[in-house]
Design a protein around this ligand. Structure first.
Ligand code: IPM
Ligand code: MG
Length: 385
């Protein structure tokens, strides 16, 4: 560890809307603490995405943001969206910014780890005995499927109808299954592929390609294949059985909201969206964001939980910058802060005291700066994906 070189990296910050700027600031605070402790040089730049970008430029994903995102080593995002831009008939919507940047950067693998902090088990609506040992990672395909297929409205014989086309190519399936299976190999060695092959043609292709990739390239990884409706049920019935789950874009969207409830609060769950490693580049393109969204109801109050964003910053260190020691140190710091009893409002028990966004961010940054005593310096067994 002593002979690792300090690293220079650029990080693009997209604070976005709602509580996005509040939580993004805490992610940056913790990344600065990491840079300081290990002697890295991180350069931060801000750009607009989502509703704030619509207000300033008319576009949810301005060209300037695209150019900055293409030039940077990694992107940290707060959240986008809010009631101000919520008219479903509007032509321009904040969410288009998010979908646009995922597609433009080729971020096809969306990692959503769900790990339970033992002290927060009571925050989950599920019974504690079902939750023991829950440590799963959903790998959601992010740039294909029904999200990106042709969309159409037409009126046929006086009746209006709408169409969303769902398409998957073999290449799109192969790359996300490989990414998920590689991650399973580094964990408990089990991959669950989720589809709807009893109904959908895309799912039948998904299943065939997955079977082949797993047989030919990952014979050491155990493959389980289940239908998406059954998966929704098993996530509640036997959540601890899952290791890595791989699935298509929309199933992944739905199942990850469900899975987040295992952990009690969405305020704790990070995500990473990864592209293919680029030859000759030391860093891997990636966008990192909390999964909780812009929470306009608590915007500007300083009560949002910054831990999902801070844990997303840890994933950024791990997956885009290759800084595993630093990533594990941030995760350990979050764990220690929770152990010490510091809580934001969303995870505080009834009558328990709670702290604001910045106080919790400062506590994690301080824990990163101080580091754990050597005997505890190993990453926790439940280290986030
Ligand atoms: C998510 C969100 C987005 C999605 C929305 C905001 C477009 O729900 O990241 O899960 O559906 O992908
Ligand atoms: Mg979603």
């Amino acid at each position: 560890m002593g002979d690792r070189l300090p690293m220079k990296a650029s990080i693009l910050v997209l604070p976005g809307d709602g509580i996005g700027p509040e939580v993004a600031a805490e992610g940056v605070r913790v990344l600065r603490a990491v840079a300081e402790r290990w002697g890295h040089e991180f350069e931060f730049e801000d750009a607009l995405l989502g509703g704030c970008a619509i207000d300033a430029t008319g576009s949810p994903f301005p060209d300037e943001t695209l150019e900055a995102a293409q030039a940077t080593d990694a992107v940290l995002l707060g959240a986008v969206g809010g009631p101000k831009w919520d008219d479903p008939e509007a032509m321009v919507r904040p969410e288009q910014g998010l979908l646009g940047i995922r597609k433009a950067l080729g971020l096809f693998a969306n990692l959503r780890p769900v790990v339970l902090h033992p002290r927060l088990i009571s925050a989950s609506p599920l019974r504690a005995d079902l939750l023991e040992g829950v440590d799963l990672l959903v790998v959601r395909e992010l740039t294909g499927g029904i999200y990106f297929g042709e969309k159409r409205r037409e009126t046929i014989e006086g009746v209006e109808q709408a169409t969303d086309v769902c398409t998957y190519s073999v290449v799109e399936i192969e790359r996300v299954v490989r990414a998920a299976a590689s991650l399973a190999r580094g964990r408990r060695g089990k991959l669950t592929s989720v589809d709807k092959a009893n109904v959908l043609e895309t799912s039948r292709l998904w299943r065939r390609v997955t079977d082949r990739i797993m047989r030919d390239e990952f014979p050491d990884v155990q493959l389980e294949t289940i239908l998406v409706d059954a998966c929704a049920m098993h996530l509640l019935r036997r959540p601890a059985d899952f290791d890595v789950i791989v699935t298509e874009n929309m199933f992944g969207d739905i199942l990850t909201d469900e899975a987040s409830m295992l952990a009690g609060s969405m305020g704790l769950l990070p995500s990473a969206s990864l592209g293919s490693p680029v030859k000759g580049r030391k860093t891997r393109p990636g966008l990192y964001e909390p999964i909780h969204g812009s929470a306009p109801d608590i915007e500007g109050q300083g009560v949002a939980n910054p831990l999902a964003t801070i844990l997303s910053a840890a994933l950024l260190l791990r997956h885009s910058l290759g800084l595993e020691v630093e990533a594990a140190a941030v995760e350990a710091a979050v764990s220690d802060v929770l152990d010490s009893g510091v809580r934001t409002r969303d995870v505080a028990g009834p009558g328990e005291p709670w702290e604001g966004t910045a106080t919790v961010g400062e506590a994690v940054a301080a824990a990163v700066t101080e580091g754990r005593p050597m005997s505890r310096a190993t990453p926790t067994p439940s280290a986030h994906a």
